[in-house]
Design a protein around this ligand. Structure first.
Ligand code: CA
Length: 317
């Protein structure tokens, strides 16, 4: 089967991440799945945003200078939905205010807003109905343990929004993803979630969750995961290394080890303007992962270019 293209935060190479225009563009570019990162507001509404913070993608700091926490960050959880929706959304900036990706949409410009998970699923359902399309959703529960400390249990709220849009069974066009292995076990075994689940795999140094990613990447760890989830979302650099002589990329064996256990492998993140070591072009990168490693899907900021490469590979393969 051809690998699936997951539009990472929408067509985020072209329009500010996680805005509805970025999602509509990704839809039109032929992505198989649109990604939603989900965080909770002060009034327990679920919005689509990558961070638990607002300051790298909105004008919150100039509008609410007195509402930052001692760490100088502005948290979605400290604002009501009405306030969050009134913010201007911008292309992502670094702590110094400069663009993370300088070639993308100009920072601090445009007219974009934050929206709820419900609003995004409404958009996708409507586009599927009017175009006859079958684009799926790929939502991520962000920082569930942190949200619980902040007084909100995000998973049941998340499941009830998905249920409203008829996402509930294994064969529905949805993958639910999370970095927190304990939360995925809870979803599957305690909350009765039947949808396909993806364990995201990061590095222990990132502090995304209490999960030990080093242990998950071993054969025993993958076998354990296969009891709960349907696939894994590793970082690209966990799947290849550069060979000693010519420095050409070679497999670490993790894709095959996971697939032998029946786990799908959907690595992140494929960016033409941020290539990982060992690849000179986006085409080389995608061709290696699809052709040599035989991954089952990929997260990309460039769904149009990924689609073209997959079409070309199939035509010549
Ligand atoms: Ca994500």
């Amino acid at each position: 089967m051809a690998p699936v293209i997951i539009a990472h935060r929408g067509a985020s190479a072209y329009l500010p991440e996680h805005t509805l225009p970025a999602k509509a563009l990704a839809y039109a570019m032929g992505a198989d799945f649109l990604e939603q990162d989900v965080v909770a507001t002060r009034d327990d509404e679920l919005v689509v945003l990558h961070d638990i913070y607002l300051d790298r993608v909105t004008d919150v700091a100039t509008r609410y200078p007195d509402r930052r926490r001692p760490d100088r960050r502005y948290y979605v959880r400290d604002f009501d939905l009405e306030e969050v929706k009134a913010l201007n959304v911008w292309e992502r900036v670094k702590a110094d205010g400069n663009a993370v990706f300088p070639g993308r949409f100009p920072v601090r410009s445009g007219h974009f807003r934050i929206h709820t998970l419900d609003e995004e699923l409404t958009l996708i359902r409507s586009l599927n109905e009017t175009t006859g399309g079958t684009t799926g959703i790929y939502p991520e529960i962000k920082r569930p343990a942190w949200h619980r400390e902040e007084g909100v249990d995000i998973a049941p709220l998340f499941l009830s929004v998905l249920d409203k849009f008829d996402y509930r069974n294994r064969d529905d066009n949805v993958y639910v993803q999370c970095f927190d292995a304990g939360e995925l076990e809870r979803l599957r075994h305690d909350l009765g979630c039947k949808m396909k689940l993806i364990q995201l795999i990061g590095e222990n140094t990132w502090g995304e969750a209490q999960t030990d990613y080093k242990a998950l990447r071993t054969d025993a760890g993958l076998r354990q995961l296969a009891q709960t989830v349907d696939g894994i979302g590793p970082w690209t650099k966990q799947l290849y290394e550069l060979g000693h002589s010519a420095g050409a990329p070679v497999s670490t064996g993790m894709v095959m080890a996971a697939q032998e256990l029946g786990l799908a492998v959907h690595p992140y993140t494929f960016r033409a303007d941020d290539l990982p070591p060992g690849f000179a072009t986006f085409e080389e990168l995608v061709s290696f992962f699809v052709g040599d490693l035989a991954i089952d899907g990929l997260f990309t900021d460039f769904p149009d270019r990924a689609r073209k490469i997959l079409t070309d590979l199939r035509a010549h393969g």
